[in-house]
Structures are given as structure tokens and as C-alpha cells.
Design a protein around this ligand. Sequence first.
Ligand code: DLL
Length: 432
Amino acid sequence: MLWEPDKESIQEDDLKQLQLERLQSTLYRVGTHVPFYRKKFAELRFNHDDIRSLDDLQRLPFTVKQDLRDNYPYGLFAVPLRDVVRVHASSGTTGQATVVGYTKNDIKTWSNLVARIIMAAGVGSNDVIQIAFGYGLFTGGFGLHYGSELIGASVIPISSGNTRRQIQIMQDFKTTALVCTPSYALILADTMMELGINPNGLSLRYGLLGAEPWSERMRQEINQRLGILATDNYGLSEVIGPGISGECLECNGLHINEDHFLTEVLDPLTLEPVPEGEIGELVITTLTKEAFPMIRYRTRDLTRILPGTCPCGRSFKRMERMLGRSDDMLIVKGVSLFPMQIEKALLAVEGTKPHYQIIVEREHHTDRVTVLVEVTEALFSDQMKKQQEIVGQIKRRLSSELGVGIDVKLVEEKTLERFEGKAKRVIDKRSY
Ligand code: DLL
């Protein structure tokens, strides 16, 4: 089902025209109301009227996270604070927090976009949606909440944490759709097992998972263990929060809400567009936001645009599930690799669990990577020989897929840290 069928199946020419008009008005808005952009445009001798085609986008400056920090808290807002009805912020774990704002219209737009994502994931007005994302400055809880209410579903705003209570509520309130991070979905599955609760006895049917990278193998495990159909959805607070892109039931890439966001995939080093279909950094320009428009925001997230059309009827192009962030890229003996590639290789070996940690250390100017991975109880208590065999298998797979040697250690189930929000996979012990 499509939430806005006309808009979600728009023809390419109409979409391009709409994007151009919306881009022109966004540029007018920021050029007039945001000193940061006014200054940048003046430096480039750029006037918002200069945009004649979407290709002219490449003349525009980039916006990066540091620009948000430098303009903390409200410097990049394009409306006076009296028109702002909501503020969210990023946690600031890697630096100063960044603040974003929404007008009444922005909240409407946002709810609508999230409603599209929810419907694309198979969920509708008859569903009971349990939102286990944090409510607060993080955009996950409120973003999914407003979209869920808009489609007329019954919403349980339980927020994150308290896993046993989550399960109790799931049983009592007959939750049909779960909203959380993929890693938290696995914590729920583990806890159900500990409590002797069979997920098939619950009413759960769908999982709308996002906010962190995960692999196809992890999806299969979640689907199988919780008896659900899990889909991926993507977003970031600087751009709007959730609602930028999401998978339909084909589970083959995330449809981008292209009538509201212009996307580019660029080489993170040269900042030139990568050839069609190749992996690069996603750069997003908002087309309809009022309070906090973003021009060419460098997400640092790496993906590629998938070729072809989707049988679901949506005409919006699809991005592949995120490979990781360019900041998370590890360089080991000159080879660049991403945590997601490691996850893929690990989970392809029988007996491994989707709980792992990547430890990076620096020895004699070279990065050394050790992967700790949980394995099934049976395997862990098995003979040394069997364990060595598995380690060998994983190492061979990592080395053939990544082209570099990585140390592997098997650990007992439930020994690695669990996360109620986004999982932290990489522990970087390098001192620069
Ligand atoms: O995580 C927004 C969100 C909430 C998306 C709920 C989906 C569901 P931030 O906290 O600003 O916003 O973090 C954004 O998280 O740049 C990605 O690196 C990562 N991320 C978000 N969704 C996905 C995903 C929210 N589906 C950052 N796959 C982004 C991989 C994701 N990474």
C-alpha cells in the first residue's frame, strides 16, 4: 500500500520539474534568511536565480557537521524561533551537540514522510505499533510516533529500554509492529528465549528497524527468531530524522523520498559524483523544509543507488542498505574496510551470532584489527579443535573478502556489551 500514491509513483519528468522548483525556493529561503548561506553564496557569487537545472546543484557549497556546531544552537535556522514548534538535537558523543528545528509545517511534512515509510513496510491503520526508540532529543521516537498516528495505527510510545517490560507489553497489548534498532530487536529475541517465551505466540508481524547499519544476514536472523518481516529505514537528524528513505516489502533497497530530498552520491575524497551505481558518500539537499533547510549536507554515510525499477509501484529511486560511515572506515595495511563488510563475512560462517566487536589498535604505525564474535553455546563448549576450525574459516573468509588479515577471537554467548539504542561495534584504541 502507498500512503500518497500519486506522489510516490510520480513520473521522472514531473519529479525533476518539482525538484527544481522546490530547490529554487529553498535556495531563496536560505539565501535570504540564513547568514551562513548568504555569506557562502556571496563568496561564490551565486544568486539563487542562477539555478536553471538540477545539474547547477554542483555549484553550491557543501554543509558539514562542523558548520552546525559552529552555528550552535540556532544559527542555521531559516525562521525566527517563534515559528519553531519543535527542537531536536544529536547526542554530541563525538563533539558538541547539534540542534535542529521544525515549524508546524515541517512537522506535518515529517509525519507524512514517515507515514509513507511505515506503509511501505507493510504496516497500516489496523496495526498496533510499539515504539521502542528513545523519545527525547533523538528523532527516532517522536518521528516514528507522529507517522504512526497519522496512518491511524494504535501507538504504544513505550520508548527504549526495560526489555522485560517491552515483552510484557507486547504480549498484553498484542503489538503487531515493532519499531527499534536492529540490535535491540535481537536483544528482545534473546530475552524472550531466556524467559521461555515463544515469539510465535505473540501477535508480532512486522519490524521497522533503522538508525544503525545492519546486514542482510542479521535481517534473516531477526525475521526468523521473532517471526516477523523486518524492513530497513534510514534518516539523520540534521536532515529531518527518520523519513528520508525506507524499504518496501520487496526488501531490495530503500526508496528515497525524492520529492522532498535531492540526493547525490559522491566520492568522499574528490567530492565528484561517482559513476552511476557505485558506492560513495550520500549528500542530501532538503527541498521542503522551512525551519532548518540543508544544502548539500555531507552525511558521511556510504551507499550506492540501485539500478532498475521496483515492482512495488513506487517510482522513487532506491539506495542500497548503508555500508557504513566514511568516519568508520578502517585502514588496515593500506586496505580500506568497513564494519559492515566484517559483519557480512562473520555471519556467513555457521555457528556465529550477530554480536561482535571490532577492536582497532595501532602497532608500529599499522592498524591491527581483532574481531571478537559470539558463537553458539554448543560451539563454545565444543572441542578446541572445532573452535580452531571455525576461527580458521572466519579468517579465510575475511581475508578473501577484504584482502587483509584480521585476528579473530570466539567468545561465549552474551559476553559482549548489548545496546538499547545504536550498537557500538568498533572500539578504537588508536591514539593519534
Ligand atoms: O538515527 C534517525 C533515525 C531514527 C533513522 C530512527 C531511522 C530510524 P541520528 O541519530 O542523527 O538520526 O543518526 C543518523 O545514523 O547518519 C547513519 O550513520 C545512521 N543510520 C540511520 N539509519 C540507518 C540505517 C537517526 N537504516 C545516523 N542504516 C546516520 C544504517 C543508519 N545507518
